[in-house]
Design a protein around this ligand. Sequence first.
Ligand code: AMP
Length: 432
Amino acid sequence: MSFASLGLNAQLVQAINECGYTEPTPIQRQAIPLVLKGGDLLAGAQTGTGKTAGFGLPMLQRLSETKASALANGRAPVRALVLTPTRELAAQVEENLRAYAKHTDLRTLAMFGGVSINPQMKALGRKVDVVVATPGRLLDHVSQRSIDLSRVEMLVLDEADRMLDMGFIRDIRRILALLPKKRQNLLFSATFSNEIKALAEDLLHQPEHIEVAVRNATAETISQRFYGVDKNRKRALLSYLIGHHNWRQVLVFTRTKHGANRLAMQLDKDGLPAMAIHGDKSQGARTRALSQFKDGQLRVLVATDIAARGIDISELPHVVNYELPHVAEDYVHRIGRTGRAGSTGEALSLICHEEKPLLKAIEKLIKQSAELEILSGFEPGPEEVQPATKPPANNRGRGNGGGRGRAPTAANNKAPRSNKPNRPQRHGRHDG
Ligand code: AMP
């Protein structure tokens, strides 16, 4: 199937060819014709499925087919608004839209915090058709009156579940109140909590529903491996895996900012060029780390879930879960950084005894069982009785296997529980 057969015009098809896309992805096949028809859309899809082009291409086509109504002050109005949870995602979505709009006269602009507001204000003085923004910075512009949202014809909430998780619901509602009532709304979300359903109900009018199964994304293009290892041997195992397999590029997930910093420093000391990205890093540092990683100067990028959200590195071959996430869905988001849009990838998870309940929740979600592999030299010691772990800070109301106050069970349920720890471990500092 070709992009042209989905109803896209010659300018867009040319841009898509220049991006190197030969065939639409499943989400694009479903979303493009529906969005072109002008109705609202509720789409279940995560990053990596090609969803940006899924909403972006038909959005650009609709905008180019109609003329904007001029504002009283003579400025061309902002006609489409895409809201994203993170700065990285805003930058990336805008970059993609700019590439798709290359042969049209439509102009795009990314607006996110952590960088000076002035260049964004200056850019808003020129013609901007599509704004891709994080909610906070957009509201800064609203309060400075540098943007007028009263002519927005299309709204996209990208990764809506993550925006709600990050506490943006009030900002989103404030933004919605500034938009004209008549507009086309597209909501993309990887998961559907009751909160998302409530938002969709308020926002969307007789939406079409489409869904790209998460399981396909994990099963078909990503090979998943799970290594059993003691917590205090994880770093050694990670260095070994990187060195032994000579990986040139690996994205490593930790649960906390502190853990990300510490691991990046240690890997760097091990001679593996590594940097951490997380919410406490300045935007400059995040952008620098990401571009060095993309350029191949940096071998290891260590990231927390939120910072890594939406990172798109084409053909990222390896993702490592240094620690499992507390929320099983985040596992799917994390490993979705590899094996994207057709290429294959490998996702490795390092699992210590106390993470086994989290692993169980993940197995349930991905509907696959995880075989724990043990590497010689990294054999875990017998399972110890663990102190109670802190409950997930943010479990989105889903049962994730618990783990609180209960001794973890081994994945194969055979490991004897020992009251004689062979290697005393301190659990005083909790990284969760
Ligand atoms: P997204 O889910 O929008 O973040 O897209 C994931 C990656 O897939 C991006 O690098 C896109 O440039 C790429 N991509 C999107 N659509 C296609 C396609 N039809 N063929 C090949 N790559 C694509």
